[in-house]
Every structure is written in structure tokens, then in C-alpha cells.
Design a protein around this ligand. Structure first.
Ligand code: SF4
Length: 291
């Protein structure tokens, strides 16, 4: 923000109608009858008073010279804010064992944790152990997980994982990355959730849809592929923070940094965030920094 320029406190609606991007695809341009940016648009009809100039802190082109989004001080500051916002962030999926967490994580793909939490208590009451699941066919499981979506694939993964855990791992969910990745339906995201949350092992960073979006908004990565995003994050986030960082960012994505309409006006990280798709800003935005 330019020195001496203080932004107007916006409405609590989460948008600031006078602070909009100009010309970019999908951006909200000033309405025809709304405030105009200085020097833009038609002159007022003769006899009509000129509307007051609108002061904006946002309409300048983004400047990126000398700016390093990966600077350790910036990362530290982001982590400090996350600690203040979500000091006790943890996995929202209800579980009592590593197996239950594994099942819940598989079911959470393309679903909400709340939805999965509605399904799992009944599911684990009906099939209490991994051996019970291993004795099922995917078709038998389908009705119980139907409401989580993609239920055919999920049933296949859960039953397949149960069979492998019983046959190859003595009925115990493996606690090593290379072994857990051999389970059907388990990719790095699920593996990181189970290893981090249940076993307390920081083998990677959970990259779900929230982490993916926010890491890009914060310019911590330019990648779109989750595996590449995870590698980028593992390079800049201290290893001892990997587990907590994932949970905190997921919380941030649920509560403030929403996909469609992030609540930037309420976000303490706002001064550090140059996301192109912000809804309010006090700093220049950077082209390409978007979720
Ligand atoms: S300022 Fe907005 S886009 Fe940036 S992190 Fe906060 S909520 Fe997300």
C-alpha cells in the first residue's frame, strides 16, 4: 500500500465495491451507475456535478519487483498468523482408530467432512473391525456409503484396502509411506492424513482442495498438480510444521479463504496476500496468484 494511503473500511459484506480489478476476466467491473475510477469513463452531462473522485488503493498495476513470495520472513509471518487463528487445528474427521481414519479419509474425497461424520458412526457400528470390512464385497458396502458420493469407487477402495491390510499387514494400518501407498484407493493426500494425524509422522503435507487453492493464492506455488504443490510446500515450510500447517490451512479455507468469495475483509493474513481473486485488498494484487 502506498505510504499515507489508508483504505476505506469496507462493508462487512466482504466486498468493497470501490476496490475492484479492472479488465481481467471474471473481475467485477464498476457498475455503469456506480462509482467511477478517476479519469475513466464518460464525462458527466453538462450541468451535472462531477462525482467525487474515488480513492483506491487497488487500481494500480501490481508491482512485483523485488518481491519474493517465498522469503522466509513472509513464510514465518503467515505461520504466525495461522497459529493465532487456528492454534489447535486438527483433522475434522471423527475416528477412534487408524483404520477408521483411513476409511473416513477415503470417503471424504469429493464430500464434506460433516457428511462423512454423519455416515461413519453407523458404518463402524455395523462393521466394527477391519476384518469385517475385508469380508465384504464392494457391492455390500455401497448402500452404507452412498451418501458420500462416488460410492462405487469408494466401496471398492475401502474393501480393497481392508483385504490388503488383513492379508499383508496383519490387520494393522501400515505407518510407513511406501507401504500405506500400496493400499487400493490411497494416494499421498490420504496417506499424509493418516500418517500425520494418527501416527504423528510428518512424511509430507496434506494437499486437498483448500491447501491447493490457498497455496496458490499465497504464491507459495505456481503448480496445479497436487504432488508438485506438496513438493513446493515441503521445501518452504519447516518439517515440524507440516502436519499442523495442513490442518490450519484447511481450516482457513473453510472459514475465511473460501473458494468463491473469500472473506478477505476479515482475514488477518490479508496484508501478506496478493491473490488476484481477493474480494478486498490493501495491497497490490499479482496476476496469476489465484486459487
Ligand atoms: S486475504 Fe482473502 S484471499 Fe488472501 S488469504 Fe485472506 S481470505 Fe484468502
Amino acid at each position: 500500500m502506498a505510504r499515507g494511503v489508508s483504505p476505506r473500511r469496507p462493508a462487512k459484506s466482504g466486498t468493497q465495491d470501490r476496490v475492484r480489478r479492472r479488465g481481467s476476466a471474471g473481475s467485477a467491473l464498476p457498475k455503469k451507475d456506480g462509482p467511477r475510477l478517476p479519469g475513466k469513463g464518460k464525462a458527466p452531462p453538462p450541468g451535472k456535478a462531477k462525482p467525487p473522485a474515488v480513492r483506491t488503493v487497488f487500481a494500480k498495476p501490481a508491482t512485483v519487483k523485488g518481491y519474493d513470495p517465498l522469503a522466509p520472513e513472509r513464510i514465518k509471518e503467515i505461520l504466525r498468523h495461522l497459529d493465532q487463528l487456528y492454534p489447535a487445528a486438527t483433522c475434522a474427521l471423527h475416528h477412534r482408530t487408524a483404520w477408521e481414519l483411513l476409511v473416513a479419509t477415503i470417503l471424504s474425497a469429493q464430500s464434506t467432512d460433516a457428511n462423512v461424520n454423519r455416515v461413519t458412526p453407523g458404518l463402524f457400528e455395523k462393521h466394527p473391525t477391519v476384518q469385517d470390512f475385508a469380508a465384504l464385497t464392494p457391492q455390500q458396502l455401497e448402500p452404507d456409503v452412498r451418501s458420500t458420493g462416488f460410492f462405487r469407487n469408494k466401496s471398492k477402495s475401502v474393501v480393497g484396502a481392508a483385504k490388503k491390510i488383513v492379508s499383508d499387514f496383519g490387520g494393522q494400518v501400515p505407518d510407513e509411506m511406501d507401504k500405506i501407498l500400496t493400499l487400493p484407493g490411497v494416494a499421498r493426500k490420504t496417506a499424509n492424513v493418516v500418517l500425520g494425524t494418527w501416527f504423528g509422522k510428518a512424511e509430507g503435507v496434506v494437499v486437498d482442495t483448500h491447501v491447493q487453492r490457498i497455496a496458490r493464492r499465497w504464491e507459495l506455488t505456481k503448480a496445479e498438480d497436487p504432488r508438485k504443490i506438496e513438493q513446493d510446500l515441503m521445501e518452504i515450510i519447516p518439517r515440524e510444521r507440516w502436519i499442523l500447517f495442513s490442518h490450519q490451512v484447511i481450516h482457513h479455507g473453510r472459514h475465511l479463504c473460501l473458494a468463491r468469495k473469500p472473506r478477505c475483509v476479515d482475514c488477518p493474513i490479508e496484508p501478506l496476500c496478493h491473490a488476484e481473486d481477493k474480494t478486498w485488498t490493501t495491497v497490490a494484487v499479482h496476476k496469476g496468484a489465484r486459487g
